[in-house]
Design a protein around this ligand. Structure first.
Ligand SMILES: Nc1ncnc2c1ncn2[C@@H]1O[C@H](COP(=O)(O)OP(=O)(O)OP(=O)(O)O)[C@@H](O)[C@H]1O
Length: 221
């Protein structure tokens, strides 16, 4: 936990109100019944298992209380509420598509665009400039370990920089996603981070093939 103050407007797009989050994380939950079912409109819907017969399961959807019958194989397990808005999805009990999508959506709804998945940092396009690339935020991430701060590409950048200084090895960062996902915007912010914190490094940008960019942080000569 970072200890960043959610009431500070500079951090409101990086952390959520702890009390509100605690309330969400302690909701009642029946792990044997709670599940995700596919839905043509929403992707997945939260549901509760009512009964099963052969390879089919009958559920009630949580939001609209509709009864649906789905194939057992299409049902995905739901994580307990304690994983609500989890910062690193690699720590979820069930790392399935529905849970990943739900977590990203839930965080995005709270204004959080960055989420880790192990070594990866997933960025969801906010389609507006958020105040999370300022000098104050850069200073907050500088020299901090990944687990100490909320997910941000500044953390990935800073860790690469620290690794370079420590190991005297060139570092690579892979930024990938579909067209319009935000590769160029995030790359610009990575470069801004290095420009403001490490003036003495060379950054080689190679455009391998769209939609994939590769950036190498080269050790100072
Ligand atoms: N982090 C962000 N903050 C603000 N706006 C963003 C961010 N990421 C993406 N956008 C918005 O989305 C648009 C598309 O993003 P961007 O150009 O970075 O996509 P891309 O992945 O590089 O696309 P392409 O592969 O087609 O070049 C940007 O012009 C910007 O308006």
């Amino acid at each position: 936990m970072s200890g960043l103050d959610v009431n500070d407007p500079d951090f409101q797009f990086l952390v959520v109100d702890r009390k509100k989050l605690m309330k969400e994380q302690t909701q009642t939950f029946d792990g044997k019944k709670a599940c995700w079912i596919p839905d043509s409109k929403e992707g997945f819907l939260a549901a509760e298992i009512q009964s099963s017969k052969g390879d089919e399961i009958t559920v009630k959807t949580t939001e609209k209380n509709e009864t649906r019958t789905v194939k057992k194989d299409d049902v995905q397990q739901m994580n307990p509420p304690k994983y609500e808005k989890i910062e690193d999805m690699a720590n979820m009990t069930y790392l399935n598509e529905a849970s990943v999508l739900y977590n990203l959506k839930s965080r995005y709804g709270a204004g959080l665009i960055y989420t880790y998945s192990g070594l990866f940092c997933v960025a969801v396009n906010p389609y507006r400039r958020l105040p999370i690339y300022t000098q104050k935020i850069i200073n907050a991430y500088r020299g901090k370990r990944k687990a100490e701060m909320p997910p941000h590409l500044f953390s990935i950048s800073d860790n690469a920089y620290q690794n370079m200084l420590q190991d005297r090895e060139n570092q690579s960062m892979l930024i990938t996603g579909e067209s319009g996902a935000g590769k160029t915007e995030n790359t610009k912010d990575v470069i801004i981070y290095f420009a403001r914190t490490a003036a003495d490094i060379n950054i080689a940008v190679s455009l391998a093939s769209a939609p994939l960019y590769q950036y190498r942080i080269l050790t100072p000569r």
